[in-house]
Ligand binder design. Sequence first.
Ligand code: NAI
Ligand code: OAA
Length: 358
Amino acid sequence: MQQPTSGANQRIARIAAHLHPPTLQIEGESSGLGRMDCRAKGGSPGFKVAVLGAAGGIGQPLAMLMKINPLVSVLHLYDVVNTPGVTADISHMDTNAVVRGFLGQQQLEDALAGMDIVIIPAGVPRKPGMTRDDLFNINAGIVKTLCEGIAKCCPKAIVNLISNPVNSTVPIAAEVFKKVGTYDPKRLLGVTMLDVVRANTFVAEVLGLDPREVDVPVVGGHAGVTILPLLSQVKPSCSLTPTEIDYLTDRIQNGGTEVVEAKAGAGSATLSMAYAAAKFADACLRGLRGDAGVIECAYVASTVTELPFFASKVRLGRAGIEEIYSLGPLNEYERTGLEKAKKELAGSIQKGVSFVRK
Ligand SMILES: NC(=O)C1=CN([C@@H]2O[C@H](COP(=O)(O)OP(=O)(O)OC[C@H]3O[C@@H](n4cnc5c(N)ncnc54)[C@H](O)[C@@H]3O)[C@@H](O)[C@H]2O)C=CC1
Ligand SMILES: O=C([O-])CC(=O)C(=O)O
């Protein structure tokens, strides 16, 4: 067998050092003890993104999609299990972002330090027969702990909250940030993008269009009747029959349950959610970069209705949410839906607020 040259020896030694890092020091940063660091050099322009719950059903494909995003220079993957494997795996992708893994509560602060965007899909998913609110008891505590970490380590980060029940977890996050004095409503967004993604898909199916050409605003919240598609505002403008409107509203409101039942106990939407979360995070990143006209639906602190939180179209920019749009003209069907949505949302918001204030 041919002996490697001394130049080749040096290169192999360098690669081996990356695979089995002693205590790697990142330029300009201190390295967390026991942290998995999959490339020593970063520094290329771009944003720093953390995924909390990165080893989960949503977390893994979402981490992969964020690794592909050219706006991301550093990707931190945090979970209470399995991040070494996920980090090693994703770090082999030949895209720009430097990937670092963080395992367990003692590494949460290292995972969060310096982040521009924190995406949270941590928590338990539904099984058939459960509502999203049935997840409250477990997920409320998880979200509270993670948000306490964000308030301490990256209080200026944009937070994309995915963990259910979103209608309550966003108010929980707001209360945690208020308590420590770091709350900026412009930087806290509940991710309802999957409702829009589903609505675009189902409406396109009915109209015989390419879903990429369809834009359906979905407002309210992210559970059952609180998911309110505004089918009178579909772009391109179209006329749907009352039967089509009933079918579409029901399918969009129950899209999550459709997946939970099809998975029959193996969890809820993960792949379409990772896609939706990556699309939404990309919009936040483009806003941060200063792109004009970045508009998406999200569940945010709002004065669009009398409720303190509501999902509607928002414009994203360097400060996070730069403008929240009103609902526009609603027809009778949508006005009735809005009243039902508000009634349920009010209770879910109060439940989240009380959890932190108790
Ligand atoms: N907003 C939305 O549109 C959607 C929200 N979801 C919600 O997203 C959440 C996650 O769903 P899946 O990924 O399918 O669940 P999963 O169980 O596959 O993954 C969740 C991950 O969170 C981790 N985790 C648990 N406690 C943690 C903690 N304290 N800190 C960090 N990580 C922790 C788990 O170890 C696991 O890897 C669920 O609450 C689900 O209901 C799901 C689909 C759509
Ligand atoms: O339905 C669930 O539990 C997960 C979810 O939020 C969705 O798929 O919209």
